[in-house]
Structures are given as structure tokens and as C-alpha cells.
Design a protein around this ligand. Structure first.
Ligand code: NAD
Ligand code: TYD
Length: 340
């Protein structure tokens, strides 16, 4: 299978490419990535030696650049596009929504147009549970839960999902949308909760927990998410939407305390800080459809996954240092400066 992957220099894209190339020798990947502050081509620097010559190609470019995207998609007979590229951090979207609208909305339409013109047989949109909004203490999101996004990030992802739906309904494109809960694991950029807390705890810096810390996320190991995307790519119904979750609902404060325990650091590092505006209280996923139609089930328990992730970050402190650009430091100073 010849895949065009977008955003493969980011967290989930990197893990997906490594899984897809490692799984069989028949898969070849072209990775189109703009290399924003969150993208790191070095994540796949070993691809040529590890997976064999010619199986991985990196193209540096922006999915909003229609001519470039047309050239890339037209350059080889791709079997599918798997679209990860996005601005992905809720807090950044609160500070400045414009890059989110550009990449997540316009970029998705640009890709859809090019895939349609090239007659690419399949298009997979990697989306998020955040498009459904927030839950009360009971229940879980299903694929028929109405979209009710609350942050500029989730609103831009919901807009993209609707453009993908429209491409299917209007032009008959063979599309699949996957919606997944919060991922964790190797190569996650240290702005998201788990790697941020590991990084700060290792330096004995205070850990900023928003509000009371009782917001609940359903944590999924990135490898389980990537397995789900491969299943959707291979078995998903044209026009289908599939939820993926890890079956591991935890309040943020419990996650932070587990990390401190794993790192042997004191709970006195925790600081309850001003809450995120519009903060979704709870996410939970009903994955019955993915289980029935795709045979999906998560393999990692949260406890094993978290221990494995902590180990990875301890062994890759140089990786954390290498991805902390000036833009990263500027955002951290502006966002947390007033909170901590
Ligand atoms: P990330 O921020 O780690 O990586 C995003 C990647 O996209 C980076 O490599 C970046 O350089 C690239 N990119 C950004 N703008 C681009 C553009 N205009 N053109 C080309 N490349 C561009 O994100 P992630 O956490 O790996 O998320 C990947 C996808 O999965 C996103 O679509 C996100 O919405 C979705 N998702 C993420 C999670 C999660 O928990 N992280 C959960 C569900 C869904
Ligand atoms: P995050 O990793 O940003 O993912 P998302 O907002 O997409 O769910 O945040 C996960 C949870 O952790 C969310 O409820 C916000 C909370 N959080 C904090 O309490 N402090 C922080 O510094 C960050 C980054 C997140």
C-alpha cells in the first residue's frame, strides 16, 4: 500500500508511520509536513535504515499550498491519504485561532480537492472526540452524538469533519473519519498534559493543574489509536465515522499524581492555577461501532502505558530538549507566566 500521510513529523503521525512501516514490507509512506513548532523530522531520521530503502520519503510543505499538494498527490499512485496534519493544542487556539482555521479547515479542503482530482481511492480524516463537546458525569459519546465543539481547536476540527462528510455526500469520495480520545506515549510534544508534567517534574518545576483538576479524559496509548486508524483505513465503511478510546477515564489530578509517583517526585509540586476558559469537563467514548465493524479493542492498560511512557521520556531527555524551540518557550512564558 502506498500512503500519503500528512503531519507525520508530529506525535501521532510519527507513531503511525513507524507502526505502518514496521508491520509489513508492502507499505510505503510519503510524509507531507510543514514542520511547525510541533513537527520534528528527526523522529523518522532512522526510517531508511530501519525499514529499508525507498519505503519512506519526507516532503517539506504546507497542506494549504494547493499547487504543492496537487503536485505531491499527483506524483505517485497513492492508495490512500491519511490526514493527521493540524494545529492541535487547545490552549494555543485560545490565544490565536487563525492558524487553526487555516490548517485545520482550509488545509483539509485543499487536501480533499487534490485527492478528488487525483482519484485517490481512499481518504482518512484523523479527528477527535473534542468535536462532541463536553459530557456530564454519566454517559459517553457515540458517533451519532451531535457535534458541539467548545474551543477554537475543536470547532476547527468539527468544521473539517463536515467538509469531509460533504466530499462524500457531494462527490462520492471514499472517506472515513476517526474520532479519538486523548493520546499519550512516545514523541508527544511537551505542551500536552502528560509530557508537560513529566518535563516539569524532572526539573522540579511547579505543575500547573487547571482549576480543581477534576476534569476527566479517556486516555489512550498512541499505539492503540494508530492500530485503530489502520483498521479504519483497511476495513472502514465509505463515509463511516468511528470512535476510538482507551477505556481509561481518569481525572487530571489523578494522572498528575500517578506521574509524580512514577518519577519519585513530591505532590507539593502541584499548583492549582486559573482554569482554561471554556474547559470541557468530561470526555468518554463509546467504541462499540469500531469494535463491531473493525474488530478494534485497545491493547494497553493505562497503568502499563503510563509506565512505558515515563520510561521513554526518561530515556529521551535529549529529545525533549531538541524540540523546545524559541516559539515553544515564548508560548510557555506567555501562557503560564500569568498563571504560575
Ligand atoms: P501534533 O501537533 O503533535 O503534530 C501536528 C503535525 O502537523 C506537526 O508535525 C506539524 O508540523 C504538522 N502541521 C501543522 N500544520 C501543518 C500544515 N499547514 N501543513 C503540513 N503540516 C502541518 O499533533 P498530534 O497530537 O500528532 O495530532 C495529530 C492529529 O490527530 C491531529 O489532526 C489532531 O487533531 C488529531 N488528534 C489528536 C489527539 C491527541 O490526543 N493528540 C487526539 C485525537 C485526535
Ligand atoms: P491537553 O493535553 O491540552 O489535551 P486536551 O485539552 O485536548 O484534552 O489537556 C488535557 C487535560 O489536562 C485538559 O483537561 C486540560 C488539562 N491541563 C492542565 O490541567 N494543565 C496543563 O498545563 C495542561 C496543558 C492541560
Amino acid at each position: 500500500m502506498l500512503l500519503l500521510v500528512t503531519g507525520g513529523c508530529g506525535f501521532i503521525g510519527t507513531n503511525f508511520i513507524r507502526l505502518a512501516l514496521g508491520r509489513d514490507r508492502e507499505t510505503t509512506v510519503v510524509n507531507l509536513d510543514k514542520v511547525t513548532y510541533a513537527g520534528n523530522p528527526a523522529n523518522l531520521a532512522d526510517a531508511e535504515t530501519r525499514f529499508g530503502p525507498g519505503r519512506y520519503t519526507f516532503v517539506h510543505g504546507d497542506i494549504c499550498d494547493a499547487a504543492l499538494v496537487r503536485d505531491v498527490i499527483g506524483s505517485r499512485p497513492f492508495d490512500a491519504v491519511v490526514h493527521f496534519a493540524a494545529e492541535s493544542h487547545v490552549d494555543r487556539s485560545i490565544s490565536d485561532a487563525t492558524p487553526f482555521v487555516m490548517t485545520n479547515v482550509l488545509g483539509t479542503q485543499t487536501l480533499l480537492d487534490a485527492a478528488r482530482q487525483a482519484k485517490t481511492p481512499r481518504y482518512v480524516q484523523v479527528s477527535t472526540d473534542e468535536v462532541y463537546g463536553s459530557l456530564g458525569p454519566e454517559g459517553a459519546f457515540s458517533e451519532s452524538t451531535p457535534l458541539a465543539p467548545n474551543s477554537p481547536y475543536s470547532a476547527s476540527k468539527a468544521a473539517a469533519d463536515l467538509l469531509v462528510r460533504a466530499a462524500h455526500e457531494t462527490y462520492g469520495m471514499d472517506v472515513v473519519v476517526t474520532r479519538c480520545s486523548n493520546n499519550y506515549g512516545p514523541y508527544q510534544f511537551p505542551e500536552k498534559l502528560i509530557p508537560l508534567m513529566i518535563r516539569r517534574a524532572l526539573r522540579d518545576e511547579p505543575l500547573p493543574v487547571y482549576g480543581d483538576g477534576m476534569q476527566v479524559r479517556d486516555w489512550i496509548h498512541v499505539e492503540d489509536h494508530c492500530r485503530g486508524i489502520l483498521l479504519a483505513l483497511e476495513k472502514g465503511r465509505p463515509g463511516g465515522v468511528y470512535n476510538f478510546g482507551g477505556g481509561a477515564e481518569r481525572p487530571n489530578i489523578a494522572v498528575v499524581k500517578s506521574l509524580l509517583a512514577a518519577l519519585g517526585k513530591p505532590e507539593s509540586l502541584i499548583r492549582h492555577v486559573q482554569d482554561r476558559p471554556g474547559h470541557d469537563r468530561r470526555y468518554a467514548m463509546n467504541c462499540t461501532l469500531a469494535s463491531a465493524e473493525l474488530g478494534y479493542s485497545p491493547q494497553w492498560s493505562f497503568e502499563q502505558g503510563l509506565a512505558d511512557t515515563v520510561r521513554w521520556y526518561l530515556e529521551h531527555e535529549d529529545w525533549i530538549a531538541s524540540v523546545e524551540s524559541g516559539a515553544y518557550r515564548d508560548f510557555m512564558r506567555a501562557w503560564y507566566g500569568e498563571r504560575l
